[in-house]
Design a protein around this ligand. Structure first.
Ligand SMILES: [Zn+2]
Length: 128
């Protein structure tokens, strides 16, 4: 008995999740999310594309249309970027907490300055 060719074609058409290829680093793309259905992530701007976009043509298009100035930089440069990103992620949470506090502090300072400035401006207006 022969297998029905139609059913074979059907099986081939099953949705295949695209895998990240180490080679995609040359399009300045890393990946994020689920390992079985990774999403390409641009190293330069951090944009995440869909799993279906995990194809050289689409990654290339993002690079050339979004970051033409980065297209000619060498691969090693981005591999270093990637390494640094990984290291920085560990400290990211801490950095965010610190900068939020710093922001809050600078906000209070700005408010104080405003408060100090206001009466001065008012009294100037009054004496005039
Ligand atoms: Zn990008």
């Amino acid at each position: 008995m022969m297998k029905n060719p139609a059913s074979v074609t059907k099986n081939l058409k099953k949705v295949v999740k695209r895998k990240y290829d180490e080679d995609y680093i040359k399009y300045r793309f890393s990946w994020c999310g689920d390992e079985t259905a990774p999403r390409p992530q641009c190293i330069i701007c951090g944009d995440q594309l869909s799993n279906e976009s995990m194809v050289p043509s689409k990654l290339k298009r993002h690079l050339y249309s979004g970051h033409p100035s980065c297209a000619n930089k060498d691969k090693q440069y981005f591999e270093r970027c990637l390494e640094q990103n990984k290291k920085q992620k560990k400290f990211m949470k801490l950095a965010v907490t610190v900068s939020e506090k710093a922001l809050e502090a600078s906000y209070h300072v700005a408010k104080l300055i405003l408060r100090q400035k206001k009466p001065h401006t008012v009294s100037e207006t009054l004496s005039y």
